[in-house]
Design a protein around this ligand. Structure first.
Ligand code: ATP
Ligand code: MG
Length: 450
């Protein structure tokens, strides 16, 4: 038996032991085996077993975490501070909706259970007693950094089109390339993505863009991306005959992704930032391509795509704002910067700088350094304002609604007056000092009474 450096968490060891003692077999399986062999920290541990869900309930009465997956064979256990999903070996029935098997059949055969899994590197099982079970060559694919479908790739993708997006996501996370026949099958089966729940499409997209090898994974699979998110097809085939650019819009976007920090919000904004260019394109008298005002159609397309994909509202709003502002002039005038901070907050402004840095770094070399210097200067200015702790919100204002009521303001006048004071403070026209603000409020009140 060959030794592998797979260290099971104590909870898994205990689960395998209890199953074993009761005459069943249990294995760690899937992503946790893959990640352990790669020396990565698995983010969840799954156990597969020939015990039926009812047996698992009986053997672990004190440890049941949740049972929603029972019909598909899954019982989640909570032991020693860890949640582990224990799933009965199964064989999946036909996939008539291309999403979920119509039926699952439990089996006592580990190999059958591994055969239903998506990629060879995800189809390995391990237990300390007899080591690794790898009937589909997952270990050698791991060594070759290859994603290969288990069985007939076209059939596997037609059963469940989510697997196409999982392939792109794993290649983005692990830096693996997709084996040629698997790749061809993805191309062929990509229309199946239309039937996948939009929430799942978005979740895979979010994880893909935030991964270390996102750009390379997307470069290899543009048609899959566009089948999943048709709004992004506007990035394709848009040449940029311009002194500012050396790439077309698609390549520019990928280079910018590579340069962006691995933050899902920033990366999504980078992915969408130039999606309005196709719509805004014109050719100048100089024969060059121009994209005046491309952020605006970009905002519309990005908002539409993220709404359709049911992205969380706050995330969508922030990404849209970043697309709207990605091409603004840096450094902004001091008052404009203060207004921007009041509107967006520090976190979003730092993200805007990250988007703009990534965008800038993917421009023609002559334009990169000056643009990055302007962004550095802006960042220093933001940090100085942050250190100064300038007032940017109503909460931080030195007077409140009660003060204004005492001065005789009523109803909606109160909020209006507070906002007037805040914007004068944000603009730097008034200090955030109680006495000064009260004096100013009195004058606003007098004007109301006139
Ligand atoms: P990660 O947890 O990092 O996303 P993972 O490989 O563990 O990666 P999970 O979604 O946790 O992925 O699924 C666990 C295992 O279940 C996978 O390793 C794979 O064997 C199997 N699996 C998950 N989704 C599918 C699917 N759509 N088709 C076939 N097998 C799947
Ligand atoms: Mg997992």
């Amino acid at each position: 038996m060959q030794e592998y450096d797979i260290r099971l968490p104590a909870a898994c060891g205990e689960i395998l032991q209890i199953l074993e003692n009761a005459g069943f077999s249990g294995y760690c399986v899937g992503g946790c085996v893959r990640d352990s062999l790669l020396g990565r920290v698995p983010h969840d541990w799954d156990v597969a077993t020939d015990a039926l869900p009812g047996d698992v309930l009986r053997l672990f009465p004190e440890n049941i975490a949740y049972t929603q997956g029972m019909r598909h064979g899954t019982v989640a256990l909570r032991l020693q501070g860890q949640t582990v999903e224990v799933t009965t070996f199964r064989r999946d029935g036909a996939y008539s909706d291309r999403r979920r098997p119509d039926s699952v059949t439990f089996t006592r055969d580990l190999r059958e259970d591994l055969a239903r899994r998506d990629f060879t590197v995800n189809a390995m099982a391990y237990r300390p007693k007899d080591g690794l079970h790898d009937p589909f060559g997952g270990l050698s694919d791991l060594a070759a950094k290859t994603l290969r479908a288990v069985g007939d790739p076209a059939q596997r993708f037609s059963e469940d089109a989510l697997r196409l997006l999982r392939a792109v996501r794993f290649s983005a996370e692990l830096g693996f390339s997709v084996e040629a026949e698997t790749r061809r099958a993805m191309e062929q089966e990509r229309d199946g993505l239309r039937e996948i729940a939009v929430e799942r499409v978005f979740e895979e997209l979010r994880r893909t863009v935030a991964a270390p090898h996102a750009a390379e994974a997307l470069r290899c699979a543009p048609t899959v991306l566009f089948a999943a998110v048709p709004e992004l097809e506007a990035l394709w085939n848009v040449p940029q005959n311009s002194i500012y650019h050396i790439y077309d819009v698609w390549e520019h976007t990928l280079h910018a992704l590579d340069d962006a920090p691995q933050d899902a919000t920033v990366r999504l904004a980078v992915l969408f930032h130039d999606v309005g260019k196709k719509a805004a394109h014109s050719v100048g008298e100089d024969g060059r391509d121009h994209f005046y005002g491309h952020a605006l159609p970009g905002v519309e397309i990005t908002g539409r795509a993220l709404t359709r994909l049911r992205a969380p509202n706050a995330l969508r709003a922030e990404v849209v704002e970043l697309v709207r502002l990605h091409d603004m002039a840096f450094p902004p005038k001091p008052v404009k910067l203060r207004r921007l901070l009041a509107k967006l907050g520090y976190e979003t402004v730092f993200r805007l700088l990250a988007v703009s840095r990534a965008d800038s770094a993917a421009h023609a070399p002559a334009y990169v350094a000056p643009r990055l210097r302007a962004l550095d200067e802006t960042e220093r200015a933001v940090r100085a304002l942050q250190a100064e702790n300038i007032c940017l919100t109503l909460d931080a204002l030195a007077v409140g609604g009660k003060d204004l009521m005492e001065l005789g303001f009523i109803g909606p006048e109160i909020g209006k007056a507070l906002n007037t004071l805040l914007s004068e403070v944000v603009d730097g026209n008034l200090p955030n000092e109680r006495e000064t603000l009260l004096r100013r409020a009195k004058r606003l009140r007098e004007r109301l009474q006139r």
